[in-house]
Design a protein around this ligand. Sequence first.
Ligand SMILES: Cc1cc2nc3c(=O)[nH]c(=O)nc-3n(C[C@H](O)[C@H](O)[C@H](O)COP(=O)(O)OP(=O)(O)OC[C@H]3O[C@@H](n4cnc5c(N)ncnc54)[C@H](O)[C@@H]3O)c2cc1C
Length: 452
Amino acid sequence: MDKLEALKRLFPGKVDLSESERLRHGKDEGYPKEGEVLAVVYPEGVEDVQKALLWAREHRVAVIPYGAGTSLEGHLYPVQEAISLDLSRVNRILEVRPQDFLCVVEPGLTRKALNEALKGTGLFFPVDPGADASLGGMAATNASGTTTVRYGGMRANILALQVVLANGEVLELGRPVRKTSAGYDLKDLFIGSEGTLGVITRLTLRLHPLPEHVHTLRVFFPGVEEAAEASFRVMASGLPVARLELLDEFALKALNRHLGTGFPERPALFLEFHSSTREALEAESALALALVEEAGALEVEAAKTEEERRRQWEARHQAYWATVHLFPGHQFVITDVAVPLSHLPEMVRYAQGLLKEMGLFGTLVGHVGDGNFHTLVPVLPENYPRGEAYAERLVQKALELGGTCTAEHGVGLRKKPYLPLEHGATLEWMRRIKALLDPEGLLNPGKVLDMP
Ligand SMILES: Cc1cc2nc3c(=O)[nH]c(=O)nc-3n(C[C@H](O)[C@H](O)[C@H](O)COP(=O)(O)OP(=O)(O)OC[C@H]3O[C@@H](n4cnc5c(N)ncnc54)[C@H](O)[C@@H]3O)c2cc1C
């Protein structure tokens, strides 16, 4: 029997062979090339995932796990014949345990759906990559976002995982506790593995109390370097920073055009503090103001209402799309470096200067409380190599300063050339782990690492 016929028999009503779905599942939000998978399979539970992996092994077809498709680096592009394993139907909340500050969920659930369901419990799940990503996809990319400076990224918020290996074996990794020293931490190996080591089928997540006293500011500076310097001072002060985001003048210009907002078009920090009492909030806000003024702030705006606060962060999350909409017909190179905090002012100055030197335009935004920022560089297709050359020089500089080539977006296909620069001989140990867990190389092949 033909392999697709066998797949349809194995999964009645759960296979889509339409061209539109095969194309939609062969691409992500940021990679310029579009691929096409052989078929899309919608598992409805862990047994379906096991069956799909065994079918793939028998027919020597690759498997690409698919969450919400919001990744940026070519994670979903099929480099060889592959099926897409779309986990969106495996999306239940299995348990919420407010007294233990945790919940157990399936991987296809999105972070917004989880927070919607948590309304009324006084708890929330803090990791927010902007896009409404699936929790399985966020675990697989070790996602983080604007609140990571306070609450940590996915790795800090995952207590346990259920994972299906390429051979169909199911592993239970981690425990529903905040601490454990029991043996090698295999759970962390799968976080950030981009679907190349196993398929995540269940997650136990940490929840946090909703903050009661929140203060949100927008602070504008003469240059990005002053803004970065201010972010360093705020971090060094020990203030309870919950969000600390940099947007350069070009990002704010793009936002004003895209959303019709009236932000001053100068480099800015968007900040938020979560304090324990009203008195603490007032004292901490006064200290924050003094610090940013010392660092050269020109203008400070405070969000006065919950609605204004919501709009400010919504605008921050739209920064990517604002630039994309300004440049129809362009391709986009996105960088994602992070450096130790003390080097951030030098790094952002370099990033802007290099754009000028290479005759490129780009908007710069970042989670600077974590030393992480992105330059989004629109280029016409024929200039794509120049955009990539910019990204490579930025990575080289970040590594010289002790940083990383990707803080949160992951490697996919696009960041692969930088891994030897970052890891050197250690990369060989990553290959050995991949070979051990997926000897036939069927799980999301070509991503993160090239196998010999
Ligand atoms: C506008 C915009 C802003 C963004 N901002 C941020 C940001 O601030 N921080 C950040 O971290 N990211 C950001 N991203 C990137 C993206 O949202 C994250 O990488 C997200 O974690 C991807 O989740 P997903 O569900 O969309 O996964 P997908 O894109 O579907 O998949 C991503 C990877 O995970 C694998 N995968 C998916 N589900 C599973 C599973 N169950 N088991 C094993 N592997 C799986 C896939 O094979 C793939 O390799 C942004 C994206 C956009 C479009």
